[in-house]
Design a binder for this molecule. Structure first.
Ligand code: SAH
Ligand code: SF4
Length: 368
């Protein structure tokens, strides 16, 4: 089998009803199954007591195959940060992170196993692309978080596509996941689209296509350098779509949705953290619907790069703010459990090993 097994989260509610009818059952059984998954967060046939016993395992077997099995389930920050490493049906590994804050819960989900974009500072990028995740494999990561929180009376409030993979390189399944996550129960999970953030390395045609979808999700653009010379190196797709083109596409998205684009910028010591680059970045963004999210680099094993010094980070923030541009430094939570992009999966699959020291004194500011 090359595709993950079919799951109801891959299908619209109408398609689920057709599938159930095709199995010789009443279409409303599809709604019941959907409620179990999207409102009670279960795919276990024995828990579906509103379905005739004889039907439960047949329907659950057809439409609710178990897609994720937890290879590791880690927590840190006194339980406020949780990370799963999932094994998929074919052995591929992906990770999901859940972060609890006093006023919200943010989940960071993966859209691909691995990534083909090759950014040299990113652990996921080093391993290359294994495959795209199905819509249901993406949605199931969030359902796992909801299931955990349901026991504590909580809910997922924000979802960021900032785990493994380039979401816009898995366009169809990611857009379907955005729709499924935001559709009301029983069609989907009922999380406001406005609380979803799709992060991209800057695939310009895909950003344009996304603009035309009429979504209200936020867009994050991983810029990391304001000039083409450095961005060509840090973000290899820049050799295809330049800084100016990526920003133009981002502004079109912002205008169409009325939502500020989040400009992601990993601060790498002595590489992209010079005052002149802060000034250039500020001038590119001044007057735009933008917010800068500075990420202290999480060093990948074997890399010569490390995070910027705190004083340098502070000056970078000030110079951007001086252009009237909103800027925050991202929370660096979950570092003891390799909470950043791709780290844990890379360790387990043996492609790279060993935590570099990542415990500098850093600011603790919200992600979004
Ligand atoms: N592929 C998408 C989304 C996943 S990466 C993208 O690149 O936008 C999510 C974010 O983590 C991106 O902004 C990415 O640049 C950043 N990131 C990757 N590796 C990092 C590292 N080692 N330290 C800090 N940020 C990193
Ligand atoms: Fe892929 Fe994003 Fe990592 Fe670049 S930063 S390699 S696009 S996951």
């Amino acid at each position: 089998m090359t595709h993950p097994p079919r799951h109801l989260a891959d299908l619209s509610l109408a398609e689920r009803r057709e599938t159930v009818a095709g199995l010789g059952q009443k279409p409303f059984r599809a709604d019941q199954l959907s409620r179990h998954f999207f409102a009670r967060y279960t795919d276990r046939a024995e828990e579906m007591t509103d379905l005739p016993a004889a039907l439960r395992s047949e329907l659950a077997g057809e439409l609710l195959p178990s897609l994720l099995s937890a290879d590791k389930d880690l927590s840190c920050d006194n339980g406020a940060t949780r990370k799963w490493l999932w094994r998929l049906f074919d052995g591929a590994m992906v990770e999901t992170v859940l972060m609890k804050y006093p006023d919200r819960v943010t989940m960071c989900v993966s859209s691909q196993a691995g990534c083909g974009m090759g950014c040299p500072f990113c652990a996921t990028g080093q391993a290359g692309l294994t495959r795209n995740l199905s819509t249901a494999e993406i949605v199931s990561q969030v359902v796992a978080g909801e299931k955990l929180l349901a026991g504590e009376g909580g809910r997922v409030s924000n979802i960021v596509f900032m785990g493994m993979g380039e979401p816009l390189a898995n366009y169809k399944n990611v857009v379907a996941a955005v729709r499924r996550l935001s559709a009301p129960v029983p069609e989907g999970l009922g999380i406001s689209q406005r609380s979803l953030t799709v992060s991209t390395v800057g695939l310009v045609p895909a950003i344009r296509k996304l603009t035309a979808e009429g979504l209200t999700a936020r867009l994050a653009l991983s810029l990391h350098a304001p000039d083409d010379e450095l961005r060509d190196e840090l973000v290899p797709v820049n050799q295809r779509w330049k800084v100016a083109e990526a920003l133009d596409a981002a502004w079109e998205y912002a205008e169409a949705t009325g939502r500020r684009v989040s400009i992601e910028y990993a601060l790498i010591r002595d590489i992209n953290d010079q005052p002149w680059r802060a000034d250039l970045l500020g001038s590119l963004l001044a007057g735009r619907l933008a917010h800068v999210n500075l990420i202290p680099l999480n060093p990948t094993p074997g890399s010569k790069w490390t995070a910027s010094r705190p004083g340098v980070t502070d000056e970078f923030v000030e110079r951007i703010a001086a252009h009237g541009v909103a800027v925050t430094v991202r929370d660096t939570r979950g570092q003891e459990i390799d909470g950043a992009c791709g780290q844990l999966a890379a360790t387990v699959t043996g492609r790279s090993v060993g935590p570099a020291s990542r415990r500098g004194a850093r600011k603790n500011l919200p992600i979004a």
